[in-house]
Design a binder for this molecule. Structure first.
Ligand SMILES: Nc1ncnc2c1ncn2[C@@H]1O[C@H](COP(=O)(O)OP(=O)(O)OP(=O)(O)O)[C@@H](O)[C@H]1O
Ligand SMILES: [Mg+2]
Length: 255
């Protein structure tokens, strides 16, 4: 198996609280891998560690065979490893289109030298970024609200915008943290379709944290269950749903 993400024996504690405990997961290149588990299992923490937003205590993380342990998020971003956030963090005072145009990390206009001395280059690249942003906004079905302030978009539209932001760069692996939360069924269908298309047509690998089991069932293979900071079980959605340990972890308190 070609693992694009390889997490090896990671540990992480906050103060005395062990949150990630000897956790090892592999995400196969080209897969849409699901990451599920009870609240507080450590899913978002693991994402933060993989994406360089949080240092680990021990263990290793590899991206496509290259060690990226504790590398900063912006460096990983340039390597094509991106994460979205559990709470969408759009720039509310910019339009949806402008939000997309903000993403490319190496815009010529960002360096003072280019801005002052090469105005034609800046203009040309801006036009290119704008063209790409318009393509992306069509793809995610937000063309009709492209000039709306992002802060005025609905929760579901913000999630779509967040997904669109990952398309403005040459992403290889995208970590999605609960993008279905609070999204209505119709928009959720759009989101799922777009994730499938990005996977099939653009070769994106996804690691998806989700509580919505319908969405996991439709999208993800395999599914990894995290409980108390370690992998409890990994398999197809059917294997997961029929696993007594998983049923206990999810429904134990209720039954
Ligand atoms: N910065 C932090 N400082 C202290 N404790 C933290 C911090 N971040 C997370 N935790 C704790 O780590 C544990 C795991 O949190 P995490 O957010 O990773 O869970 P999760 O699996 O994403 O849960 P959910 O499904 O509710 O989003 C929780 O007990 C949480 O309180
Ligand atoms: Mg979380």
């Amino acid at each position: 198996m070609a693992a694009i993400i390889d997490v090896q024996h990671v540990h992480k504690a906050f103060g005395g609280l062990k949150v990630i405990n000897d956790c090892s997961i592999q995400v196969e290149q080209g897969s849409i891998t699901g990451l599920i588990g009870p609240n507080g299992a450590g899913k978002s923490t693991l994402f933060n560690i993989i994406a360089g937003a949080l240092p680990l205590d021990s263990g290793r993380v590899l991206l496509d065979g290259e060690e990226i342990t504790n590398r900063p998020a912006n460096e990983l971003f340039h390597k094509g490893l991106l994460r979205t956030f559990q709470i969408a963090h759009e720039f509310s005072q910019m339009t949806a289109l402008e939000n997309l145009m903000m993403v490319p990390p190496a815009q010529a206009g960002e360096t003072l030298f280019n801005a002052w001395f090469k105005p034609s280059l800046v203009g040309k690249e801006e036009a290119e970024v704008r063209r790409r942003a318009l393509e992306v906004i069509d793809f995610i079905g937000l063309h009709h609200v492209r000039n709306e302030l992002a802060g005025n978009l609905s929760g579901g539209q913000k999630k779509l915008l967040e997904l669109g932001r990952t398309m403005m760069t040459d992403a290889r692996v995208v970590l999605l943290d609960e993008i279905a939360a609070g999204v209505n069924r119709t928009l959720l269908g759009d989101l799922v379709t777009n994730i499938e298309r990005l996977n099939r047509e653009m070769g994106y690998t996804f690691l998806v944290i989700e509580h919505d089991m319908d969405m996991i069932a439709r999208l993800c293979e395999p599914v990894i269950v995290l409980a108390q900071g370690s992998v409890m079980v990994e398999g197809s959605i059917e294997e997961i749903q029929n696993n007594p340990q998983v049923i206990e972890a999810y429904f134990g308190a209720a039954s």
